[in-house]
Structure formats: structure tokens, C-alpha cells
Design a protein around this ligand. Structure first.
Ligand code: CUA
Length: 316
């Protein structure tokens, strides 16, 4: 069976998309049909040389003309409202969504669970739980496409994009790269494995992660010597303050040296590591070396998870 021509519906969103496209297609067909049918009839009836009565010409009918313009317009406008709502829903994952980091690379998909499990070209998720994918690319533009979920989003180098879904059915569904990305683009795919929450917990235990993403980030943080400037010791009364403290930073507004204000989200933290001179925090010198050529996106994801966890500690 060709899963790509008629993929199964593995989420409520997939059902909505099919309903939208099916009913919109039907509406357009219904609106276009009278035009083509009348064209055909008149072509025959009034063709050149045919003895047809051409004397009675309608002088125009305001009600008829207004209604056939207005009614289709309102019907199509209804679809605009419905599809815009679906689009906005698709842009705003629920707050309790489980976040999984995705790193695309020629030619594979890497998935990093917050609890520490790592997968390549396979993504295990529990059914009935909102899943948010935070995605970036190690090299060129890719696009992560789940036909059964009817979602697709470009994955860009140097930027985070996201998509989210809540799978309703357990099962194994294909995932694809949907953006031409080089020689092996056509085979850059894998499997989405939706499990019951119990099976997913069993898989998590089996896949075994000795360390969570944040714990790996902590190790990396120590190895790179970040604490020399960002650690607690550097913030003492006497110590020279060289770098912004990271405790409780995540999600907070950050005043920048140029007077603007940014939120310390994933993108800000990513850029602060890779291109630290792009946005310098107010009150600090631009002395941090850029790590763009030192770290790969997987390592940045680990550092971010660690910095996120510092933010959460502050909130408790
Ligand atoms: Cu990656 Cu196409």
C-alpha cells in the first residue's frame, strides 16, 4: 500500500486537514460546475449557423448577479476563517507539551529526548500527549514531514523552528525530509513510533539514558570552562563580573547593550553561544569567544537544556 498517496490519519489535526481539503475541493467543484455545464450547453445551442432564437436578451438581473457573487464569496470566506484558526492552533503548542529536540543533518534525523534518550531516524512518542519538536539543522535546509499527522515544517541552520502534534493512534508511521537537501535527500526519512504511555515508559527505560539532556549540558558546560565567567564564583562581591549570571535566566527579559530588550528563549541562548557578539547583554563587554566553529547543534541543545534547567530551579 502506498502510504504517501493516502496516508492514515494519526491525529485529530490530520482529520481536520482532510475535512478542510475535501470539503473545500467539493465546494470549488460545485461552484465551477454550473459555469462549465452552461458553457457546454450554449456552445451547442448557439453555435455558428444554428437557427436559434437570439432575439431575447436578458437586460440584466441585479438580484441574480449579486447573489451569485456574494454567496460563493461568503462560503469561501468561511473556509478562510476555519483554516486560519487551524493554522494558529498549529503555531501554538500547549504549555504542557513534551519537548523533543530535533537536529537535521545530511542525511539523518537526530531526536533528543529531555530525559536523555537519543534516537536516529526513529522517534518514539506516547499517544495522547502533545509533543513539541524544537528543530534546527547542522548544515542545509531540511523539512520534517509526517504524512500521517499532516504536518510539515522547514528545519533551518542557525534558527529554531517548531511543530507540534498529539497522536491519537498507536502505530508506526513514516517521516520524511520534504526539502531537497542533496544527494541522499530521497532516503532521508525514518519512522514515527506512537506507543501507549505504558509502552513508551517501557521504551524509555529500555533505551536507557544514563544522563538527561540537561545533565549532559552540565558536563559540557564544565568541560568548556563556561563557569569561569558565568559560574557562581565569578559573581562574588569582590570578583570581577565578566558575564551575565545564568541562574533563572531562561524565559526572562534581557536588556541589551544597544538598549533593546529580548526574551531569553532558545533562540537567544543559541545565538549567545554561537555568535555572542550579535546581542550583548547590557553592562557586559563583548569578550565571549564565539562557539560557532567549536560546537555542533547537538551540543548547543545540551547546553540549552542545562540553562533551561537553571531557569526552572529559580522558579521553584
Ligand atoms: Cu534533508 Cu531533504
Amino acid at each position: 500500500m502506498n502510504l504517501y498517496l493516502w496516508p492514515p490519519q494519526a491525529s485529530l489535526h490530520a482529520e481536520h486537514v482532510d475535512w478542510l481539503i475535501g470539503s473545500f475541493g467539493l465546494l470549488v467543484a460545485l461552484l465551477a460546475a454550473p459555469v462549465f455545464v452552461l458553457c457546454a450547453i450554449y456552445l451547442v445551442r448557439f453555435r455558428y449557423g444554428r437557427k436559434a432564437d437570439r432575439s431575447r436578451r436578458e437586460a440584466g438581473n441585479v438580484w441574480l448577479e449579486t447573489s451569485w457573487a456574494l454567496i460563493p464569496f461568503l462560503l469561501v470566506l468561511g473556509f478562510y476563517v476555519v483554516s486560519t484558526k487551524m493554522f494558529l492552533d498549529q503555531q501554538s503548542p500547549p504549555a504542557d507539551a513534551l519537548t523533543i529536540d530535533v537536529i537535521a543533518q545530511q542525511w539523518m534525523w537526530k531526536f533528543e529526548h529531555a530525559a536523555g534518550q537519543r534516537e536516529i531516524n526513529e522517534l518514539h512518542v506516547p499517544a495522547g500527549r502533545a509533543i513539541r519538536l524544537t528543530m534546527t539543522s547542522q548544515d542545509v535546509i531540511h523539512s520534517l514531514y509526517f504524512p500521517a499527522l499532516r504536518i510539515k515544517q522547514d528545519v533551518l541552520p542557525g534558527r529554531y523552528t517548531q511543530e507540534w502534534f498529539k497522536a491519537t493512534d498507536t502505530g508506526t508511521f513514516p517521516l520524511r525530509c520534504a526539502e531537497f537537501c542533496g544527494t541522499d535527500h530521497s532516503v532521508m526519512g525514518g519512522r514515527l513510533i506512537v506507543q501507549t504511555p505504558a509502552d513508551f515508559a517501557r521504551w524509555q527505560a529500555q533505551a536507557g539514558a544514563d544522563k538527561s539532556l540537561a545533565q549532559r549540558g552540565r558536563l559540557l558546560f564544565d568541560r568548556l570552562g563556561c563557569a569561569g565567567c558565568h559560574g557562581g564564583n565569578a559573581q562574588g562581591q569582590d570578583a570581577q563580573v565578566r558575564a551575565p549570571p545564568l541562574l533563572g535566566l531562561y524565559g526572562k527579559p534581557v536588556p541589551l547593550a544597544d538598549g533593546s530588550l529580548v526574551r531569553a528563549d532558545d533562540q537567544y541562548i543559541h545565538d549567545s553561544i554561537m555568535l555572542p557578539n550579535k546581542q550583548v547583554a547590557a553592562g557586559y563587554k563583548p569578550i565571549m569567544p564565539p562557539f560557532g566553529n567549536v560546537l555542533d547543534e547537538e551540543q548547543v541543545a545540551q547546553l540549552e537544556a542545562y540553562i533551561r534547567s537553571l531557569g526552572a530551579e529559580e522558579d521553584k
